[in-house]
Design a protein around this ligand. Structure first.
Ligand code: ATR
Length: 256
């Protein structure tokens, strides 16, 4: 029985370091292909796991219980094995909620632009809905399911007050790329980028130059792990640990 993270490609993951800062168990990174995934889920030979791309939806049929938030967004990132019954949660949701609270970003009634409509946007969209954002505009390279194009966003939605990037555009080593130019979005008060490597993306750097609150993805990454540990060990960890672990990661893991 063990603790760990399952997904397709995990080489980049900081999760082992973060979990082992927050808890005293060993946390394994377990990359697996689809066949191995099915076998792993059938065997249930784990105490508790996190789930990442591309298995956050694929785990649903294996679960006996699923939390209301995870159910609403159709994605699970945290599974606890209790007496061979699997309980699913989504702490990406809690992690994003923490990010907004910690940086005093109030989305209620605001017009929020969300860039990207992949797996990473699901928890963010659910939080924005639950916090009653005034208008949520999804912007995507591929226009589908109600998402609009970047061109349309620039023409019709420069009055947005909050912008959240859920795409991978700007991730190291492509640090000179940004998903959008903020110059015309003069009403923005906050920009959140889910990217944490680099810690200041080109998008966030532009936001900083404009005097806008600029938040990277490290809060969400560490906070989702803290909430996962709470489910794993049925314990409570104070939020101050999130800030301590963030600092540890910034000092010891990033900019290596
Ligand atoms: P997932 O997170 O679900 O695995 P992904 O392939 O990593 O998906 O893509 C996540 C999001 O980033 C998607 O919205 C994707 O846009 P498409 O739906 O058009 O593929 C977006 N994205 C990835 N690369 C991009 C790029 N170079 N420019 C703009 N958007 C991009």
């Amino acid at each position: 029985m063990h603790y760990g993270l399952i997904g397709a490609r995990l080489g980049y993951s900081y999760s082992k370091i973060i979990h082992e800062q927050l808890a005293s168990y060993t946390y394994d990174l377990i990359p697996m292909n689809e066949e191995e995934f099915k076998d792993y889920m059938d065997r249930k030979d784990f105490a508790a796991i996190n789930v990442t791309i591309p298995y956050k939806k694929a785990v649903l049929p294996y679960l006996t219980h699923i939390s209301p938030q995870a159910n609403a967004m159709g994605a699970v990132n945290t599974i606890v094995n209790r007496g061979n019954e699997l309980y699913g949660y989504n702490t990406d949701y809690d992690g994003f909620l923490y990010t907004l609270k910690h940086h005093k970003i109030n989305v209620a009634g605001q017009k929020v632009l969300v860039l990207g409509y992949g797996g990473a946007s699901l928890a963010i969209l659910q939080v924005l809905k639950d916090l009653q954002a005034g208008q949520i505009v999804i912007v995507n390279r591929t226009v589908r399911d109600g998402a609009i194009s970047y061109e349309e966003a620039k023409q019709l939605h420069t009055d947005a007050t909050i912008l959240i990037n859920t795409t991978s555009v700007g991730t190291s080593p492509d640090v000179d790329k940004a998903p959008i130019d903020l110059a015309e979005f003069i009403h923005l008060s906050a920009v959140v980028d889910i990217i944490y490597n680099p810690s200041v993306t080109k998008l966030l750097s532009q936001a900083q130059e404009m005097g806008i609150t600029a938040v990277n993805g490290l809060d969400m990454l560490v906070a989702q792990a803290k909430y996962a540990v709470e489910y794993f060990l049925e314990t409570e960890i104070p939020d101050t640990r999130i800030e301590e672990v963030k600092e540890y990661i910034e000092k010891n893991v990033m900019n290596e």
